[in-house]
Design a protein around this ligand. Structure first.
Ligand code: FAD
Ligand code: N01
Length: 534
């Protein structure tokens, strides 16, 4: 019989997306034993689940890729600036094969419950295969955008045709040719998929509750000279990314949008629009801080929409007006706005006529009934906290994470939680996470966790837990930084506003990835200040 005071493995990792995969690799290299549990039947996380038409990254692939292996980054060839979902999934599978990760991952296995045992100082992790594994350290690499969300509408499940959620797309090809399709939602997933679905469907009806700001991707194949130049200096390039604002090397803008006259400002915006992508309009330093500055960028994009969409009233409906530019996640598109010039594409403004119910044949708004052959829900995720609170996690003294986070997530550094010793959340709430190139943030958290548990091993320590004071101070800092910006003005998923009943608090840390890295490094160098080690 096994000794219940001893762990079965040093570390249990939940999730085999980019975070879980890299963590497994580092754990093995450092000689820790581990088990990785993954609900899906393969690696890839986001890129396993989000197979909707048009899915691709919107951070350039030369940036949105692992930096930990010089061989990998030199040998892997991205075919486009923004790789497609199948290509990114192939990359994840290649990494799993290259570093022999598959053999240590239990697929088709969910972690349902995790209980900290005060006596042994071990976590007891229970899986959907009813196995319980004891471990010293428990890491949630469960993803910020992995818990998909359907609209809470009467009649769900009554539609007799096929329904799809972008975040849970089938593995076989879905052909919408000749069909009447309804798409609900106009966030990044809707905006990427709508032009592709429109190219197949006989009729496409898009249900928009809030219009989004979207930048053109100007995607295409990578310039071989540019690629060679980046590869020639990849270590320095990656280093710049690590200390940048959002995890992509860029010189920060130094001027206010209000320092230049309208003509110059619009010339700079136009040049940015021609480059495209998320950072295209990031030519001024106060767009996220000053409403007046922000209005200039917002109006520039609205004018672009007006110039692309033929019908003026339709163009106005597509123009975001009730939140500042960039405070809901910006989108990057390939022909989104011009799709609405097609005769067979219709936009329904849910602000005027809200959705009332799903019916057996389609959907109903307050003034019309729609019949469809298929419905696509591009309705997003219970972001950042959903995947964590979905597991029944109990820490010291029966404290559950669900109750503890009832009024919003509490973390120290977005990584650890008071009362939950040896528990870590990769890219958790209170870290830059979704406001960054997530590859950079994932690697940073994994490296920090590895340094921490190696330090503990060397020092003969078995437990690390943040103090309630350090956690509270970090929480106040996260909110204070957000309050300096315009982010709290939007009803975004960054604020938890997209899920009914979810507390309205800022979820990611807005201080920037470079600054955040410095803070985390200082905590470690100072002997893990803010933590109790024993
Ligand atoms: P995930 O990839 O979400 O993996 C988490 C894994 O955990 C999943 O496989 C899930 O099945 C598993 N899991 C969750 N709970 C459990 C459980 N209880 N038991 C077992 N397994 C569990 N970020 C960028 O920086 N740039 C981009 O261009 C970009 N594009 C994106 C496009 C889409 C469509 C989406 C949805 C997100 C995008 N993101 C992007 C964010 C993306 O989620 C991250 O970049 C990254 O892939 C997250 O990796 P991860 O390993 O942390 O989480
Ligand atoms: O989800 P979203 P997403 N009735 O929450 C609408 C990443 N990502 O899957 O805004 C009617 O952004 C909702 O309306 P509103 C990226 O970080 C990246 O599109 O709440 N409508 C909104 O329009 C992104 O931000 C890429 O008013 C309802 C939409 O559904 C994140 O993932 C691609 C509704 C949901 O938009 C999530 O993006 C894809 C209801 N009841 C995703 N409920 C890249 O390009 C929701 N909506 C890299």
């Amino acid at each position: 019989m096994s000794d219940s005071t001893q762990p079965d493995v040093d570390v249990v990792v939940v999730g085999a997306g980019f975070a879980g995969m890299y963590l497994l690799h580092r754990l093995r290299e450092a000689g820790f034993t581990s088990r990785v549990f993954e609900r899906a039947d393969d690696v890839g996380g986001t890129w396993y689940w989000n197979r909707y038409p048009g899915a691709r990254c919107d951070i350039r692939s030369i940036d949105y890729s692992y930096s930990f292996s010089p061989g990998l980054e030199q040998e892997w060839e991205w075919s486009e600036k923004f790789a497609t979902q199948p290509e990114i999934l192939r990359y994840a599978q290649h990494v799993a094969e290259r570093f022999d990760l598959y053999r240590d991952i239990d697929f088709e296995t969910s972690v349902d419950k995790a209980v900290y045992d005060d006596d042994s100082g071990l976590w007891h992790i229970t899986t959907s295969r009813t196995e319980t594994v004891r471990c010293r350290h428990y890491v949630m690499a469960t993803g910020c955008l992995s818990t998909s969300k359907l609209p809470e509408l009467p009649g769900h499940g009554s539609f007799t045709g096929p329904t799809y959620h972008t975040g849970h797309w089938p593995h076989h090809e879905i052909d919408f040719t000749g069909l009447r399709v309804g798409v609900v939602g106009t966030g990044s997933s809707g905006i990427q998929s709508i032009p592709v679905i429109a190219s197949q469907a006989a009729e496409l009806t898009v249900f928009q509750r809030t219009p989004n700001f979207s930048m053109p991707a100007h995607n295409g194949s990578n310039d071989p000279d540019e690629l060679a130049a980046v590869k020639a200096e990849y270590p320095e390039y990656r280093q710049r990314a690590k200390y940048s604002a959002v995890g992509v090397p860029a010189d920060p803008p130094t001027r206010s949008a209000l320092d230049v006259d309208e003509e110059e400002r619009n010339q700079l915006y136009e040049a940015g629009w021609q480059i495209g992508g998320l950072g295209g309009l990031g030519v001024f330093n106060d767009l996220r801080l000053n409403q007046q500055a922000n209005d200039t960028a917002a109006e520039f994009v609205r004018n672009k929409i007006r110039s692309i969409v033929d019908e003026p009233e339709l163009a106005e409906t597509l123009c975001p007006t009730d939140y500042p530019y960039g405070t809901k996640r910006l989108c990057v598109d390939d022909g989104y706005y011009s799709t609405f010039n097609l005769d067979h594409v219709r936009l329904v403004d849910l602000k005027k006529t809200p959705l009332e119910r799903i019916t057996t044949t389609g959907v109903e708004t307050t003034d019309e009934s729609f019949e469809f052959d298929a419905i696509v829900f591009a309705t997003g995720f219970d972001a950042m906290t959903g995947a964590i609170v979905n597991v029944d996690i109990t820490g010291v003294g029966d404290r559950t994470i669900k109750n503890y986070w009832e009024d919003g997530p509490k973390t120290y550094l977005g990584l650890t939680v008071a009362g939950f010793p040896n528990f870590y959340a990769i890219t958790g709430p209170g870290s830059p996470s979704v406001l960054s190139n997530m590859m950079v943030s994932i690697e940073q958290h994994v490296d920090w966790i590895m340094d921490c548990i190696e330090h503990m091993r060397e020092a003969g320590l078995t437990s690390i837990e943040p103090t309630p004071e350090a956690e509270a101070q970090w929480g106040e800092h996260v909110v204070a930084v957000a309050d300096l910006t315009l982010y709290p003005k939007a009803n975004s998923w960054y604020m938890g506003a997209n899920v009914k009943g979810k507390p309205r608090v800022i979820l990611p840390y807005i201080g920037g990835v470079g600054e955040y890295r410095r803070i985390c490094d200082e905590v470690a160098v100072s002997g893990y200040s803010g933590f109790i080690l024993s």
